[in-house]
Ligand binder design. Structure first.
Ligand code: 13P
Ligand code: SF4
Length: 352
């Protein structure tokens, strides 16, 4: 079993044997049994910034999902090897925008005479080739903690944004943080001819949102918020911007995982919080702040199944293999893709 103390001891020993040659990064949504071995923890933005923080480390074990490990490979030196303990740890949202679909969309925008008007911005939760697409076409990457700043930058360049692949983060940022109206946003459906949009709709829109969503955050509903308000008097509702627009509208606070943690750190003792984000993190926060009443926004929503694929047995296997000199599950991005994805990532990292 994952909580087997024997496995904990094996992970500890392998980590010790690797010493400074190893750097373990852990996203906040990882299991406790894994996060205890992370040298640093963070949200996507913090981990992208920290990936290159240990240039002397030969192995970077990424406890998170595939697109994060790809970004770490892009942002670190050629000599460093990035390892994802289970290759099946993907992200359903990232899979909702394939390179071919995005190219098709771009061609349609060109056909509509909009090529010079649109700038592509992709959420970090996308594959390296989508990031590279943005880099090649003058665009950038953003994360949930800097989407507003990335969009301000993008609108300084051109009049419209193609926002990939999370429609909710795009809409929530545009409408709730930048004062746009819902009518300024249209949704490009990659499964419909022409995205399901007319040329006039494309010409009128300021935000062209890709029809993608997070399969975890997308499950919270407006009723989840109403229900918790009925159950817990005086509760503060704190949600991630990957939640649907109507959920964010009903919430009291919205922000990335790092923001959620800081908000709870600063909350007064005795206050009540219903948190709409991934369950591993919410459970950990409830344990970290026993003086506050921290609960999960909707008890029918479950863990991110792909984040959860990184478990202690996979971590032990990866660490023990590395300690024996065998590199397993290395994530590599080809040179051209890495170059252009880095251009898009660097534009994000240079944001004020
Ligand atoms: P952040 O790490 O940017 O908060 O994003 C959450 C997420 O869904 C990561 O997969
Ligand atoms: Fe992808 Fe959502 Fe899981 Fe994050 S929480 S890895 S966006 S499915």
């Amino acid at each position: 079993p994952a909580s087997d103390p024997g496995l904990v001891e094996r992970a500890r020993k392998a980590k010790e044997a690797l010493g400074e040659r190893l750097f373990v990064l852990g996203h906040h949504y990882q299991r406790d049994e894994v996060i205890q071995f992370a040298d640093v923890t963070g949200d996507s933005f913090k981990l992208a910034r920290l990936a290159a923080a240990r240039p002397e480390a030969e192995y970077i074990v990424f406890c998170g999902v595939h697109f994060m490990a790809e970004s770490a490979d892009i942002l670190t030196s050629d000599a460093q090897k990035v390892i994802l303990p289970d290759l099946a740890a993907g992200c359903s949202m990232a899979d909702m925008a394939t390179f071919d679909q995005v190219e098709e969309c771009w061609e349609a925008l060109e056909d509509a005479g909009l090529a010079d008007d649109v700038i592509p911005v992709t959420y970090m939760n996308s594959s390296a080739d989508i990031k590279a697409f943005c880099g090649r076409n003058g665009g950038a990457v953003c994360t949930s903690s800097n989407a507003r700043r990335a969009l301000d930058w993008a609108f300084d360049q051109r009049g419209k944004v193609l926002f990939l692949p999370d429609q909710h983060l795009g809409r929530n940022t545009a409408v709730l943080e930048m004062g746009m109206s819902l009518d300024d946003c249209v949704v490009w459906n990659p499964h419909r001819p022409g995205g399901g949009l007319t040329r006039e709709q494309l010409q009128r829109a300021r935000m062209i949102l890709w029809k993608g969503h997070c399969s975890v955050h997308g499950r919270f509903t407006a009723e989840s918020v109403d229900d918790v308000r009925r159950r817990v008097p005086g509760v503060n509702v704190l949600v991630h911007p990957e939640c649907r627009h109507e959920v964010v509208l009903k919430a009291d606070h919205v922000g990335s995982t790092e923001h959620i943690i800081k908000t709870l750190e600063q909350a007064p003792a005795g206050s009540s919080w219903a948190v709409g984000t991934e369950l591993n993190l919410v459970k950990r926060l409830a344990g970290m702040f026993p003086d506050k009443n921290v609960s999960f926004l909707d008890r029918t929503v479950c863990y991110c199944s792909t984040m959860n694929r990184i478990d202690l047995p996979h971590l032990v296997w990866a660490l023990e293999s590395l300690s024996l000199g065998e590199v397993v599950n290395q994530i590599t991005v080809d040179e051209d893709t890495a170059h252009w994805a880095r251009v898009a990532l660097d534009r994000m990292l240079a944001l004020p």
